[in-house]
Unconditional design. Sequence first.
Length: 55
Amino acid sequence: HRRRLSPDETEYLLQQYHSNKKPTAKDRSVFAAHLNLHPRTIQVWFQNRRAKLRR
């Protein structure tokens, strides 16, 4: 089931995003572990973030 990211989680991911728009699988698992989320969640967040920018 879907869960919205907290403002803190979003802030953390945005910081990561600004330093690297395309994190490797290894990077994503590090972020996921840090936030206690699934790497897949991180992957989708980055995909969505990049997609929003392209629009």
